[in-house]
Design a protein around this ligand. Structure first.
Ligand code: DOR
Length: 442
């Protein structure tokens, strides 16, 4: 194995170090040794080659970014290996450009004790592709009744706690959770939903749900909970992170809370940035997701929030399901979209091509800031940092073929859609963990 790798001639975008320039990234023994003015390394004609014993990755025309960090991934293992395993999820992660994923605890059993945290981390290490960090549960079994042993979970390495899939509905429990997590300087990650207002809903409550005769979840089901949690974050001084925000009013609430100095961060998903409830069309269960796809007004407000920094991170909410589950009638099908392998291209197509975001902003939302929220050393191309790097071809046009996903979950509303841009080479600790085999490969 060569100890030296040169990523040659790409546009190196590293918001953590305010770098945006054509350069060569020199990697030695898994770490970034230097970033130097580009010199032609005469790579072989197939693009990649060797120079003075170093492996050279020709990145001309590409963006070279710190590896992406997903704050919201459903790994499904333990318990639902028919939907996904840690191995298939991590394979999907690296092919989507993610070098770290944060695993949500709604597995079976839930990640509510040290033993399950360690199992997930050990299996991820065995697989050796992307890093898997763990988000523990707030309440035992995610039942919303009794808090988990926070000290044990944080000592085991959890980067935050969440009952995602369900909200922490009980206000006093949420208050205590914010208070205790504050002692560890970690966030409570809330799936913001008022269960009574959302009860029985299968999509956004609006014109489309009325036409289809489906029970809706109003935007207020989210905003009521976000408003409550902001009040509790203010009361406790705890750190609230709102997962997968979907409503214009949520963006306003969080913008205002940040202005008032309250410790709140949040994330939005590529599907909420790209799609509206119109995607449900004729009862398409592939567009059934929670929180639901909302209106174009909401979508535009999310774009605005992302551009002005109200929204800190883009997270996939990768939620793989089996085909047979999604083939059920709309009311019965599970919520969720398999997102790791389309996230980057959806963002490039919807945010970069439309000029809603510039490249440094997109990299910041996919890598720099999520790494900070999880308090990881990654998300930066600083000298000496572990070489977790994603090389992106920003203009490659390709058609999503869910049948060829590395994930077991083929449940995506983007199947057969034409998208722009993708990760072509991904390194973790300086080792090539993904390389696109052919132009336009999905
Ligand atoms: O659509 C969703 N799917 N939303 C969630 O909150 C949970 C997730 C899942 O685990 O399937």
């Amino acid at each position: 194995m060569s100890e030296r790798v040169i990523i040659s001639g790409g546009r190196v975008v590293d918001p953590a170090n305010k770098r945006d320039e054509i350069a060569d990234v020199i990697i030695e023994n898994g770490r970034i040794a230097d970033i130097l003015a580009h010199v032609s390394a005469k790579p072989k004609r197939n693009g990649n080659g060797a120079s003075n014993g170093a492996t050279v990755i020709d990145a001309q025309g590409c963006i070279v970014a710190p590896g992406f960090v997903d704050l919201h991934t459903h790994l499904r293992q333990p318990g639902r290996e028919d939907k996904e395993t840690i191995e298939t999820a991590l394979r999907a992660a690296v092919s989507g450009g993610f070098t770290t994923v944060c695993a949500m605890p709604n597995t079976e059993p839930a990640i509510d004790s040290r033993g399950v945290v360690e199992m997930v981390r050990q299996e991820a290490q065995r697989v050796g592709l992307a890093d898997a960090q763990v988000i523990g549960a707030v309440t035992i079994g995610r039942q919303g009744k009794e808090l988990t042993p926070f000290a044990e979970l944080f000592e085991a390495g959890c980067v935050g706690l969440s009952d995602d899939g369900s909200p922490v509905g009980h206000s006093l429990l949420m208050r205590r959770a914010l208070e205790y997590a504050r002692m560890f300087d970690r966030p409570i990650i809330q799936h913001a939903e008022d269960s009574q207002l959302a009860a029985g809903g299968v999509m956004h409550e609006g014109a489309v749900s009325t036409r289809l005769g489906l029970r809706g979840m109003p935007g207020a089901a989210e905003t009521v909970m976000v408003a409550r949690d902001i009040a509790l974050a203010e009361l406790t001084g705890g750190w609230l992170h709102v997962a997968h925000i979907s409503c214009a009013e949520t963006v306003d609430l969080i913008r205002d809370a940040k202005r008032r100095g309250i410790r709140v961060t949040c994330e939005a998903t590529p599907h909420h940035l790209a799609l509206t409830d119109a995607a449900v069309g004729d009862f398409d269960t592939l567009a059934k997701v929670n929180p639901p796809l909302r209106t174009d007004r909401d979508r535009r407000a999310l774009m605005q929030g992302l551009a002005d920094g109200t929204i800190d991170a883009i997270a996939t909410d990768h939620a793989p399901h089996t085909d047979w589950e999604k083939e059920a009638e709309f009311d019965q099908a599970p919520f969720g979209i398999s997102g790791l392998e389309t996230a980057l291209a959806v963002c490039i197509t919807e945010l970069i091509e439309t000029k809603a975001l510039a490249w440094p902003q997109l990299i910041e939302r996919l890598s720099t800031t999520p790494a900070k929220i999880a308090r990881l050393a990654s998300g930066s191309l600083a000298k000496g940092a572990a070489a977790d790097i994603t090389v992106i071809n920003p203009s490659l046009r390709w058609r999503v073929q869910a049948a060829r996903f590395a994930s077991k979950g083929r449940n995506t509303p983007f199947d057969q859609k034409d998208l722009i841009g993708r990760a072509v080479a991904v390194l973790r600790n300086g080792r090539l963990v993904y390389e696109a085999k052919e132009a336009g490969e999905a």
